[in-house]
Design a protein around this ligand. Structure first.
Ligand code: CA
Ligand code: CA
Length: 479
């Protein structure tokens, strides 16, 4: 068995031409040949923005580009049929499919209701700052364009905890509905971070939980998805996904890999969440992203000995999905924290060749981002993917012992002939490092496949002096 490698198969500014699913299907064989074993696809259901919606402004989760709703049949990415064909093409290429699942909120309601609500203090949501008032809330979702196909469930204000818009007074505030509490078991920023946007689902309402169970089963049966990328988990009570995933794993009989987006650069918070949700999912390694980002912005002055400090990869490698950038960190987006171009190969070497964690390659790094004139990372990334697939096995020896030049080796194993590798990188000046791959490789020749330079011959203990240019990464494999 080879190494698993995930790819996030979209960026924010993909052209809204309805062609993404078709292009994804066409790319499937090439992705598999490159060593990609699973893809994270964008939200596939109709958003409030119709054919322009990236997918996070969720309107109707049963409309995968099939019904004339929000101004179009297709989503930004294509039609339901094209979506199902893309998944079939990915499966035919041996690639697993993890769709993006957005359950926190709904946007683009079909109608309003008069609801009694109290205003929450935006900075401390547990605090009410008004008496009860009647607001006009966008909370009726009837889906007239779908006409009850697949489900006759209709949403009303009782299924939500609150909204941020009073349509009658045209006033924006955080309104909590009468008789509701913001859910516990969410992030504590702003006192209680249950509310993010739109009409916030009340996961304490049994009708909501039952409907999301029905929808989850329908979605799995319809699409054949193999797992999930779960959006905005810090805004959803932590026990919700424990139950939802457990029931879907049981009814589908599939392991259903899941990775949650808990966007916080704070390891203790991520570890607490894993405990609270009883390890029901992996999490994106947000702290590692910020270490990579900061290193890329430090002009060589980052202490590379600390690059893994405070990361999920160091603390819980079994639950870490590592990544360099994503659709939220790319330029122009809400969480923009784009890793500088010169550092991309170094960052990808770290996540792809470390030997632990499930790495996720960003579409915008693989294909570039024309919207912002960002070029693909290029040849190094393809080489690193190939090395990961064929060579990145066995025990690791780490040399995180210098502020600039760090390295590690993977010893390789018997199941993968010729496997094993050495990585040396620097965020500052070039340098050298004595590293060992173990007696398995005594006398072998290792040649660099990135970063130039010449081959080295290992001594009888399997050691050699490896070198790297300034601000670069050199990966050596056995020849
Ligand atoms: Ca609630
Ligand atoms: Ca919420």
């Amino acid at each position: 068995m080879g190494n698993e490698t995930l790819m996030q198969y979209f960026e924010w500014y993909l052209p809204a031409d309805g062609g993404h699913w078709r292009r994804c299907a066409a790319a499937a064989p090439a992705l598999a040949a490159q060593g990609i074993t699973a893809v994270w696809l964008p939200p596939a259901y109709k958003g409030a923005g119709g054919a322009q919606d990236v997918g996070y402004a969720v309107y109707d989760t049963y409309d995968l580009g099939e019904f004339d709703q929000k101004g179009s049949v297709a989503t930004k990415y294509g039609t339901r049929q094209e979506y199902l064909e893309a998944i079939a093409a990915l499966h035919a290429a041996g690639i697993q499919v993890y769709p993006d699942i957005v359950l926190n909120h709904r946007i683009g309601a079909d109608g309003t209701e008069q609801v009694t609500a109290e205003e929450s203090d935006a900075k401390n949501r547990s605090r009410e700052i008004s008496g009860a008032e009647t607001i006009t809330a966008y909370t009726r979702f009837d889906f007239p364009g779908r006409g009850g196909k697949y489900s006759d469930f209709r949403w009303n204000w009782r299924h939500f905890d609150g909204v941020d818009w009073d349509a009658a007074k045209r006033r924006s505030a955080i309104f909590q509905f009468d008789g509701k509490e913001w859910d516990a078991g969410v992030d504590t920023e702003n006192g209680n971070y249950d509310y993010l946007m739109g009409a916030d689902l009340d996961m304490g309402n049994p009708e909501v939980v039952a409907e999301l169970d029905r929808w989850g089963s329908w979605y799995l049966e319809t699409t054949g998805a193999d797992g999930f990328r779960l959006d905005a988990v810090k805004h959803i009570r932590s026990d919700f996904f424990t139950g939802w995933l457990s029931r879907l794993r049981q009814t589908s009989g599939k392991p259903l890999f899941a990775v949650g987006e808990y966007w916080k650069d704070d390891l203790p918070t991520l570890l607490s969440y894993l405990d609270a949700c009883r390890d029901c999912m992996s999490l994106f390694d947000v702290p590692l992203h910020f270490n990579l980002y900061n290193a890329s912005r430090s002009g060589g002055n980052y202490d590379m000995r600390t690059i893994l400090d405070g990361t999920l990869l160091a603390a819980r490698p079994d639950r870490a999905v590592t990544f360099v950038d994503n659709h939220d960190t790319q330029p122009g987006q809400a969480l923009a924290s784009w890793v500088d171009g010169w550092f991309k190969s170094i960052a990808y070497a770290l996540i792809l060749l470390w030997g632990e964690g499930l790495p996720c390659v960003f579409y915008g790094d693989w294909y570039g981002i024309p919207h912002d004139n960002i070029n693909p990372v290029g040849g190094d990334l393809a080489v690193l993917l190939r090395v990961r697939a064929e060579r990145a096995f066995g025990a690791r020896r780490a040399y995180l012992d210098d502020p600039n030049v760090i390295g590690w080796t993977l010893e390789g194993d018997d199941a993968h002939p010729g496997s094993g590798l050495a990585v040396i990188l620097s965020d500052g000046a070039g340098g050298q490092k004595q590293m060992t791959l173990g007696p398995r490789h005594a006398g072998a020749t290792f040649a660099p496949v990135t970063g130039g330079g010449s081959a080295v011959v290992l001594d009888e203990t399997g050691s050699a002096t490896f070198s790297v240019e300034g601000g670069d990464v050199r990966v050596y494999i056995r020849v």
